[in-house]
Ligand binder design. Structure first.
Ligand code: NAP
Ligand code: GDD
Length: 349
């Protein structure tokens, strides 16, 4: 039987790498799109790539870019995918305030480029399209927890671009009968999380403090609350969304929420670091047992608007897709901390 072909944009990112692993295990042929970079950017998927000259591989990489419509059209016509997972994006909320136009182009118009390329191909009804929508689209809305019916209220250029992508995906589904679905995913993390997102920054920073490699970690707003899951659970949810008998939109979330401050405390405890909080607001600090500052607050990490209260209600996905997360926040903290510890030990060998 012919293998199903999955095309993944953002293959070099956290989710792209876990999704590729997941689909290869399910015997898909996986085509990943990477963008050109002056440095190697395939570290998260290098273990999946087997030189075709040496051995047959079900994993291939091609260059493309969300901002390059012709490469998108060409690749869809060339590889004839059964499923497309659109994960590529300028995904950093704070950075989107600094490069709003680039963010809109890649995250909003990039999604439109994919939908148009599918629509104008000769097999628009044969391709299932997954769009990586986000809980950021809820912004500082009044309602908690948030579900598929909650009104969106984007509070950043990133969220506004993603909301356009979300809406245009729905519009192509309704207008052209395409299988186009949105997964509204709440924050999900892992050892492969990008280094500038807060969980990875905290885990790496505190582990380096533990091993005497660094003295201090500076953070922004530690009052905001997030609903954090594990990326492995969420890529399974993406696949389930495309296996459903009709295209639809689904929230994926754990339903549990903690603050950034509580996440720091969980890491401090796991790493067995002694700590004491002192001060308030911008003067809040964490001291170690010899009264040295190990965490402080730096204004430069604050956003012009911050989304403070995200907590998801994923009962629709749990009921309709039979999806539920296997990892909890403590599993996540443990896995992320152990990964950083291993890394430090490896580098010191
Ligand atoms: P990530 O680690 O930041 O990965 C983003 C990917 O997009 C990377 O492969 C990146 O390439 C690629 N990319 C960025 N700009 C591009 C462009 N112009 N053209 C082509 N590729 C481009 O993000 P993630 O955490 O895996 O998230 C995957 C998707 O889900 C993103 O769309 C994100 O916005 C969305 N999302 C994430 C979460 C979450 O908590 N992780 C929650 C909701 C939604 P490089 O490696 O070269 O930078
Ligand atoms: N990045 C970062 N760095 N965030 C910090 C810091 C810091 O030093 N200090 C505090 N924070 C706070 C942010 O202000 C925010 O309230 C929270 O930590 C989480 O920030 P991020 O980890 O950058 O994630 P995010 O929630 O803004 O965005 C992530 O999740 C979205 C889903 O809700 C990204 O993965 C988005 O792509 C995704 O859509």
């Amino acid at each position: 039987m012919k293998k199903k072909v999955a095309l993944i944009t953002g293959i070099t990112g956290q989710d792209g790498s876990y999704l590729a692993e997941f689909l290869l295990k399910k015997k898909y042929k996986v085509i990943g799109l990477k963008r050109r970079s002056s440095l190697f950017n395939t570290q998260r998927v290098d273990h999946l790539y087997v030189d075709p000259l040496e051995k047959k591989t079900d994993f291939e990489l091609y260059h493309s870019d969300m901002n390059d419509g012709s490469s998108i059209i060409n690749i869809i016509n060339k590889v004839k995918p059964d499923e497309i997972y659109n994960l590529a994006a300028q995904s950093h909320v704070k950075v989107s305030f600094e490069i709003p136009e680039y963010t809109a182009n890649s995250d909003a118009l990039g999604t439109l480029r994919f939908l148009e390329a599918i629509r104008s191909s000769n097999r628009p009804k044969k391709i299932k399209f997954y769009q990586a929508s986000t809980s950021e689209m809820y912004g500082n809305c009044k309602k908690t927890p948030q579900n598929e019916k909650t009104v969106f209220n984007p509070d950043s250029p990133y969220a506004a671009a993603k909301l356009y992508a979300h809406n245009i995906t729905k519009i192509y589904r309704e207008a052209y009968g395409m299988f186009a679905a949105n997964g509204i995913l709440f924050n999900h993390e892992s050892p492969r999380r990008g280094e500038t997102f807060v969980t990875k920054k905290i885990v790496r920073g505190l582990t380096e403090i533990k091993f005497g490699i660094r003295k201090k970690l500076s953070l922004g707003n530690i009052n905001s609350k997030r609903d954090w899951g594990h990326a492995k659970d969420y890529v399974e949810g993406m696949w389930k969304i495309l296996q459903h008998n009709k295209p639809d939109d689904f929230v994926l979330a754990t339903g549990k929420q903690i603050s950034i401050r509580d996440f720091i405390v969980k890491c401090l405890r796991f790493l067995k670091l002694k700590y004491r909080f002192v001060g308030k607001g911008l003067n809040e600090k964490i001291l170690d047992d010899s009264n040295k500052v190990i965490v402080d607050i730096d204004k430069k990490y604050f956003r012009p608007i911050d989304v403070e209260n995200l907590k998801g209600d994923s009962s629709k996905a749990r009921k309709v897709l039979n999806w539920k997360p296997k990892f909890n926040i403590d599993d996540l903290v443990e896995e992320m901390c152990l990964f950083e510890i291993e890394n430090i030990k490896k580098n010191n060998d």
